[in-house]
Design a protein around this ligand. Sequence first.
Ligand SMILES: [Zn+2]
Length: 315
Amino acid sequence: MSEGRLRLTIVGGFLGSGKTTWLRHQLFAGGFPAAHVIVNEAAGTPVDHGLLEGTNDQTVLAGGCACCDGSQTFQDALLEICDARSQMTDPTQRVGQLVLETSGLADPAAIVDLIQSHPVLIRHIVVHETIVVVDALYGQTALETEPVAQAQIRAADRLILTKIDLAGPTETGRLRRMLHMLAPGAAQSGSSFGSPVDLPTMAAKAVVLPKLAADSAAITTCQLDLGPDPDWTALTLWLSALLHAYGDQIVRVKGVICSPAGRLLVQAVRNRVPSPEVLPETETAAPEDNRLVLIGSGLSSNAIERSYQLVRDTG
Ligand SMILES: [Zn+2]
């Protein structure tokens, strides 16, 4: 029985998938009337909630993930909201529903479990829907390397694909097939900056998903060979998109690139990319020239190479 209980919608998705953008537009369009929005960020410094500020009530939970190390804080916040709701005598002033934006590394199923196994919360809250936002450009990479990205899809009732224009119809079609294999019951739809867009046709051919152990996200090093004459424009475009989506995962990027402006030392720490430093010219290309080294957790050389080729070939 859900009568009288507060409906909770969980909005999940991997780091950089576009959860905040999607949610902000839904809230603005009145998609979650009278919602109390809970924004959870695993990092100590919250960023996303600033993007969501508006007319809704909001609780920000930073410095711990609701599905694991921040679960106690999350439960306490829910209890407090339920308590305030039952004390509110004017029904028009009451919270109508709850929306949780999870951290990018949360498993929504663990959050559902947490509520359903809690003796008090289960009487006050019913999990209405789990919506998972998937980045069409990097979603496949995440599914191939991150166990939690697969877990997020499996937990979804509904999947929202973003950045379809960047990924292109073939890649998106393959990703759709992959998502369908992981979550056959989840409806898929497309979104661009919060507005609905058509999805490309799902690829007919089955795809192979690697079996990932829960602890496989060790720090690894990938090397991307850019060839003798790299496309500087495509490279900078790709790198900024990569760091935007995986800034939390990529720890370090370094390489010397021969560009029209000379030999450039490109460096990034997390998602900060300072202006490249111009290095002295050499008679012959050094062996380390035009190679980019990326260090991070759960990086896949193949996936990184493919995403670069995609940007270069479509650029
Ligand atoms: Zn967690």
